[in-house]
Ligand binder design. Structure first.
Ligand SMILES: [Mn+2]
Length: 247
């Protein structure tokens, strides 16, 4: 199988459509299909901060759950939105407030439909995906080699939030260890979560969160080709979001 891993979309629906077109996908009534049968893999953080989280949820739901033509692993923002939809008391910050504002603008029937779609998408998703045919693991914030095959609490926290130390920067961002520096496995680890200006290749890992929602670009990584394709963002550029990593 051939795969197109797609980094953190964060509600940038138009850029996602641009990217599918660029990758050679064709739009049918509801979904994008590649003539060569390529499989898109959404690597988490579909929503929050960007302008159109619901269109992204709908498209991901149609492609992953209903038509089974794409795969998806959750990100930390997905985890939080899931808990919000389940009625948990989550703080409306870090971009969740934009998704909730979109929600409140809809009639309640539509709100329930979106919630049902997202809950179905999230509950069906594995914490990370091990794609043996291309020797790759897709995990939102990455994964340590020794965690592959496990799905306990520690692994869940790592794949959603990364290798955090428990400390925080003055601006509130968590301090993270650079796990990719120490990765020596033979599988590709495809991840996102921390915005970088260019896809970051290191020790058979690749970070493809090129900060679309912060005005940079939306990126796909293709296997088995080992190439990246990006489309420019339509959002306002925020330089401050790209200084966090590597530190
Ligand atoms: Mn994330």
């Amino acid at each position: 199988m051939k795969y197109d891993f797609i980094g953190d979309i964060h509600g940038c629906y138009e850029e996602l459509c641009d990217l599918f077109q660029h990758l050679g996908y064709e739009k049918t009534d509801e979904i994008y299909i590649h003539p060569d049968g390529r499989i898109p893999v959404f690597i988490g953080d579909l929503t929050d901060r960007g302008p159109d989280s619901f269109s992204v949820i709908k498209l991901a739901y149609e492609m992953v759950v209903r038509h089974e033509k794409a795969k998806y692993v959750p990100g930390n923002h997905c985890d939080k939105l899931y808990r919000y939809f389940r009625g948990n008391n989550v703080k409306l910050m870090h971009g969740l407030e934009t998704t909730v504002a979109e929600l409140k603008d809809l009639p309640s029937k539509e709100q329930q439909k979106i919630a049902r779609m997202f809950i179905a998408l999230y509950t069906k998703a594995p914490l990370y995906l091990h794609l043996k045919d291309v020797q790759a693991v897709a995990a939102h914030a990455g994964i340590k080699e020794s965690y592959i095959g496990r799905s306990d609490k520690k692994v869940k926290s790592f794949v959603l939030y990364g290798d955090t130390t428990g400390e925080f920067h003055p601006d509130g961002r968590p301090v993270r260890r650079d796990w990719a520096q120490k990765y020596h496995g033979s599988y590709w680890i495809v991840y996102g979560h921390t915005p970088v200006k260019e896809p970051r290749f290191l020790n058979h890992t690749v970070n493809i969160d090129t900060g679309c929602v912060f005005g940079n670009k939306l990126t796909a990584f293709r296997l088995p080709e080992e190439t990246t394709i990006s489309v420019p963002s339509r959002q306002a550029y925020d330089e401050t979001r790209f200084n966090s990593f590597p530190e």
